[in-house]
Design a binder for this molecule. Structure first.
Ligand code: M6R
Length: 606
């Protein structure tokens, strides 16, 4: 949500900043802007536009934006609709101070009233604009000091960045919303996410809540809100720049779907013990010190959690529940020191997931994150982290991170089961062999694309779609329906297959295709019976079935065959044609696959 980029150094700052904003487009936005300091006390130059970056770039043509210090912002509207006036940067009335902000200032209304009463004139409807007036009010030559003073008056979440025409520096502060500084020689960068920095540097410093950083060409100086110096480690990013490029693909989403066999190798690589009878996850957690597990997450990560819950119950015999983080954080959950709370997240910045973890910690629970992004807020707040190693995921619709999360959960369930003595050598050997075979099976599942493309034509004209699954593949149905909704805007609902007769069956008609996960399972016969019930009501069934299943074709209108793998690992293979179905349907409908309307890649506000 919202993208921030800042630069100070010898390069053309406007070019660096617009390039960075382009690399952060996936975060989701509806307006953008850039401000440049020409230096020597001259007025700041700002250009901002509602709409996509192309609108900003069009507006920049003909503007001379020379300067070596700039801020850029992509805004995802919260307070005030997307418009030129509401876009950031916001300038002070004298045109010498500029501010960009991610997050929400919760007490902006009383602040705005007080500032207006003292003569300040507001030009936008945003909560953010109070920040520029507060800083302007307190500025007497010390920008960091004025920012600290302003921040003492606000409540809420922020990644805040400012510059002043008199100062050759960028000043930034963080509370909740992420900020990372890229270090160079005689130049520095700042961004809300690492991909904006990748073409320039791998040496980064993550700001923590309460930090105020002053960035000049010479270096970075970080203090707390009281001005006391704080030391933050320099970390090295191991993602390569190409990983965050399209690499010849039309869309990041398709590239990331295709990367999944490699991602599985990364997730699983180096984690099996040499004898193949356990896994090494480098966790401090004692599996015998917990009685139950609560998995919490949002969206796709919560569906990964559903699969994880089945794996943990089945292999480690631990009672496991899944709860969406936005609910868990506001409930009065029963938890204690023998409860393990697992937070699942690609970004590690989803505010609901972070708050759910904080609530769990207040209640004394042990915490573990199944997480993709290193250096993210979540990684610093939990007792243990199991990194999934999916690499940078840019497509708003999560695909390869989901795949990596499922593989990580399989490893975790094996470790917990081994640690608790619930898994025999034979069972572990079977699971490890199954996991080792997954990259190849997923590669084969990718070959369904041509078949799926044909079915997408039907989906593109559907009024709505139903996704059904059983057991560990209920989550696959939920994930398939979410993918379709997110990027094609075709309405879809997912249900456990056995629930169909309790209501959703009323929806069945030829214009509502039913996508059913019908791969080999202990409940295969029940699945077939349910498909019959759909077809008896003129429903159109698209079945995802196991290769070699010669019966299924007589129970379905269309079949997508995927490789046969053990049932507990089948979600990793079964999800692939559903990802492709969403992608191809979105293409058929001419949707913006990588930047679907209204969505943000990581949801950092409530
Ligand atoms: O970064 P996270 O995994 O915490 O994000 C959670 C959800 O916001 C995310 O999975 C969302 O549902 C995706 N758009 C799904 O494709």
């Amino acid at each position: 949500m919202c993208g921030i980029v800042a630069y100070v150094g010898e390069r053309s700052a406007a070019e660096v900043v617009v390039d960075g904003l382009r690399r952060l487009e996936y975060r989701g936005y509806d307006s953008s802007g850039v401000v440049v300091s020409p230096g020597a006390g001259a007025d700041l130059r700002v250009v901002k536009r509602a709409g996509k970056l192309a609108a900003l770039e069009g507006a920049l043509v003909g503007h001379v934006l020379d300067g070596h210090l700039a801020l850029g912002h992509t805004r995802w509207a919260t307070h005030g609709r997307p418009s030129d006036a509401n876009a950031h940067p916001h300038l002070s009335e004298d045109g010498r101070l500029a501010v960009i902000h991610n997050g929400i200032i919760e007490n902006y209304l009383p602040l705005r009233e007080a500032l207006t009463a003292s003569g300040h004139v507001f030009e936008s409807e945003t909560d953010s604009e109070v920040l520029v007036h507060l800083i302007e009010h307190d500025f007497a030559g010390d920008l960091a000091g004025a920012m600290r003073s302003a921040l003492r008056q606000v409540l809420g979440a922020y990644a805040l960045v400012a510059m002043h025409s008199d100062r050759d520096e960028v000043v930034a502060a963080r509370a909740t919303s992420p900020l990372v500084i890229g270090l160079g020689d005689g130049e520095q960068w700042l961004a809300s996410d690492v991909p904006a920095l990748l073409p320039y540097t791998r040496r980064v410093v993550y700001l923590l809540d309460g930090d105020v950083a002053v960035m000049t060409r010479a270096g970075v100086h970080i203090t707390d809100l009281d001005g006391a110096i704080v030391d933050r480690p320099v970390e090295i990013i191991d993602w390569d720049a190409e990983a965050a490029e399209k690499g010849g693909y039309e869309h990041f989403m398709l590239k990331e779907i295709d990367e999944q066999p490699t991602v599985l190798q990364q997730t699983l690589g180096g984690r099996f013990r040499p004898d193949g009878l356990d896994v090494d996850l480098d966790l401090a957690l004692d599996p015998t010190a917990i009685d139950r597990v609560v998995i919490t997450a949002a969206g796709t990560a919560s569906y990964a959690g559903m699969v994880g819950a089945t794996m943990i119950e089945s292999l480690a015999r631990l009672s496991t529940t899944v709860e969406v983080a936005s609910e868990l954080r506001y409930r009065d959950p029963v938890m204690d020191a023998r409860t393990l709370v697992i937070a699942v997240s690609q970004s590690g910045e989803t505010i609901d997931t972070l708050e759910a973890v904080r609530e769990a910690k207040r209640r004394g629970a042990r915490t573990l994150a199944v997480l993709n992004v290193k250096g993210s807020s979540l990684s610093r707040e939990v007792d243990d982290v199991l990194f999934v190693h999916a690499g940078p995921e840019i497509g708003v619709a999560s695909t390869k991170a989901y795949m990596a999360m499922l593989a990580a959960f399989a490893l975790l369930a094996i470790r917990l089961g081994r640690g608790r003595g619930t898994l025999s050598d034979e069972r572990v050997a079977e699971l490890v062999a199954g996991l080792r075979g997954l990259p190849h099976a997923v590669e084969e599942a990718l070959a369904t694309r041509d078949r799926v493309r044909v079915l997408a034509e039907r989906m593109a004209s559907a009024r709505s779609a139903l996704f059904l699954g059983r057991g560990v593949n209920v989550a696959t149905a939920f994930e398939g329906a979410l993918k379709l909704k997110e990027i094609s805007y075709v309405h879809a609902e997912a249900y456990p297959m056995g629930e169909m007769k309790h209501g959703p069956i009323a929806l069945i008609e030829p214009s509502v295709p039913v996508v059913a996960i019908a791969t080999a399972s202990a409940r295969y016969d029940k699945t077939v019976a349910n498909l019959q019930e759909v077809r008896a009501r003129d429903g159109i069934v698209i079945a995802v079935a196991s290769e070699g299943d010669e019966v299924i074709a007589s129970h379905a209108d269309e079949v997508i065959y995927v490789p046969r793998v053990m049932e507990l690992l089948s979600p990793l293979v079964n999800v692939v044609p559903l990802q492709l179905l969403a992608y191809e349907t979105a293409l058929a409908l001419g949707r913006d696959v990588d930047q679907p309307r209204n969505l943000a890649k990581s949801v950092t506000v409530e």
